[in-house]
Write a protein that binds this ligand. Structure first.
Ligand code: NCD
Ligand code: ZN
Length: 341
């Protein structure tokens, strides 16, 4: 059995930089034509020039036989002025501005401590139609890590959307039933969902041994939340679409006393999603989720080529080269039901 769909795009991706690009760029480009590239480098991508330079490094790592269009983003800090927003909106390769609450995740030290001083910048984004891509977690130490996403909706995102209703918002890598309900209650917004949050819940990471390669942020939640994400992703609603949040870290940085957050899924992401949609009995809705709803939100054309998945038990490679070391794949060494033709 095989499944041919419009070539998909990845609406939330970490490619990293320098030597890592020779793995991460082809690993994504084998499946996806476009990807929204996260700006959480060190230092963060905060200017149009930095985004354009990063895009050139990405394209320099693309093998000649492949096609790929990196869609760039800026990292929101107090240095990102309304003038920079206007310049970004006039730059064809820039498609969004990323909000990282300070301290929420990998390389978020430069992130936003409070939105109070950011209103002019955010209003300018609403005016020019540049989407705000949101890592939706509060970072207060007194808020339990499993509650950080739900509290963010209440304290930060709800008020923001009330203050600036015209702001175009993507709530990224949602992990809770609360976020599914929040997004449905705001028909003008969208959310991305990762493969790992559809496949796993927190017991998979913590019961019977701790599995560092399932540790990502926002952290895996209890199974009722996973079920709500599956229902949203496979519902056919255009508000929910594919964003892998593929986030490679060197194996030693994951298997460590203080391990980094992030799952590497780019090479086999589409097979992982296919497994979830098949299990839910909605394989026919994979194409909308993977290939149609993202471009509609981002006001871009749907891709004109196709990819084919073959239903055949296939072993996931353990690792891929990553600079001087390697990066482990999610489900490395395990069998998945689908592979790219
Ligand atoms: C991401 C990373 O490593 O850059 N990690 C993750 O667990 N998702 C950052 C992010 O998107 O939160
Ligand atoms: Zn991410």
């Amino acid at each position: 059995m095989q499944l041919t769909i419009t070539r998909p795009d990845d609406w939330h991706l970490h490619l990293r930089d320098d030597a890592a690009l020779s793995t991460t760029v082809p690993d994504t480009a084998r499946t996806f034509y476009r990807a929204i590239v996260m700006p959480n480098l060190k230092p963060p991508v905060q200017t149009v020039d930095a985004a354009i330079a990063y895009r050139s490094r990405i394209l320099a790592a693309l093998p000649e036989t492949m096609t790929f269009d990196p869609l760039m983003t800026l990292y929101l800090t107090s240095d990102v002025t309304p003038e920079i927003i206007r310049e970004a909106a006039d730059t064809p390769c820039i498609h969004g501005v990323k909000l990282y609450p300070q301290g929420a995740t990998t390389n978020s030290e430069a992130g936003v401590a409070s939105l109070d001083g950011m209103m002019e910048t955010l209003e300018t984004m609403a005016e020019v139609g540049l989407p705000l891509l949101v890592h939706g977690e509060v970072t207060d130490r007194d808020i339990d890590i499993f509650d950080r996403e739900a509290i963010f909706l209440e304290r930060t995102l709800g008020p923001l959307m009330q203050n600036i209703p015209a702001l175009r918002v993507v709530l990224e890598h949602i992990t809770t039933k609360d976020s599914v309900e929040f997004v449905k209650a705001h028909p003008e917004m969208a959310a991305t969902i990762t493969a790992h949050h559809l496949l796993y819940e927190r017991n998979d990471m913590l019961a019977g041994g701790i599995r560092p390669h399932l540790y990502c942020l926002p952290i895996l939640k209890r199974s009722l939340h996973r079920d709500a994400l599956i229902a949203a992703a496979t519902s056919g609603s255009p508000q929910f679409f594919l964003g892998t949040d593929s986030a490679p870290h060197a194996v030693g940085d994951k298997e460590s006393d203080c391990g980094c957050a992030g799952c590497y899924t780019a090479p086999h992401a589409l097979a992982l999603y296919a497994e979830v949609f098949e299990q839910a009995g909605h394989l026919d809705r994979l194409e909308g989720f993977a290939s149609h709803f993202g471009p509609a939100f981002y006001r871009l054309p749907v891709n004109t080529t196709e990819v084919t998945l073959i239903r055949e038990p296939t072993e996931v490679p353990m690792a891929r080269p990553f600079g001087e070391t390697e990066v482990r794949l999610l489900k490395g060494g395990e069998i998945v039901n689908w592979r790219l033709a």
